[in-house]
Design a binder for this molecule. Structure first.
Ligand code: G3P
Length: 199
């Protein structure tokens, strides 16, 4: 029963489309109509500016953190923490409030990984920062960092269930970046700049 509650609550929490809500009700902009049309922090940064981008990133990250915390609170086992985190990521990607559409899961996934595997988090965050800093492609950093999660989990000798979670999360994030990967390959992916509405 506890697992059921944790799963439902985490899914609903993950479903809250923070980028869409902040964009629409604070800045009067629907992120789904601009830039990459994604509701995540990168598009908020790109379209609305650095502050809004950081705000959306923090809110989405917290959804992942709380998803794991709900698993911990209601059940208290590592598996329940993983399932709570997955429910939050699933909610973010297939939001009940957006007709089962949603975001790419990077910030929410990072929140989950931060709770489960802090050492892995530091490594992938470092790699992400270096790639984005030099390439200016956030999606490139996200895809490579996601692919590194199970590898780093293996290197740090994390529990097997965390490693399996890392594989599932990496597949989810990479699949969600399908159009970004296509644009990266054909050279049309947009480099990160902040506050460029309508571009
Ligand atoms: O976190 C999502 C990022 O990797 C790509 O976002 O808006 O460029 O599709 P976007």
């Amino acid at each position: 029963m506890g697992l059921f509650f944790a799963g439902i609550l985490s899914y609903c929490l993950g479903s809250i489309p923070s980028g869409l809500l902040f964009g629409k009700y604070i800045w009067g902009v629907d992120l789904r109509e601009h830039g990459s049309k994604n509701i995540g922090a990168t598009n908020a940064w790109r379209i609305l500016g650095k502050g809004p981008g950081l705000l959306v990133f923090t809110a989405d990250l917290l959804k992942g953190v709380l998803g794991v915390a709900l698993g911990l609170y209601f059940v208290g086992t590592p598996l329940a923490m993983i399932l709570g985190g997955i429910a939050a990521i699933v909610g973010h990607g297939w939001s009940i409030f957006l007709g089962f559409k949603g975001g790419k899961g990077v910030a929410t996934g990072l929140g989950v990984i931060a709770m489960l595997m802090p050492h892995v988090t530091l490594v992938i965050l470092g790699v992400w920062i270096v790639i984005v800093f030099f390439s200016k492609y956030v999606s490139l950093g996200s895809v490579i960092a996601a692919a590194l999660v199970p590898i780093a989990a293996y290197i740090f000798d994390e529990p097997l269930e965390f490693l399996y979670f890392g594989i599932v999360a990496a597949i989810f994030v990479i699949c969600r970046h399908k159009t970004n990967i296509e644009r990266l390959i054909n050279g049309t992916e947009s480099k990160i700049r902040s506050g460029h509405i309508n571009k």
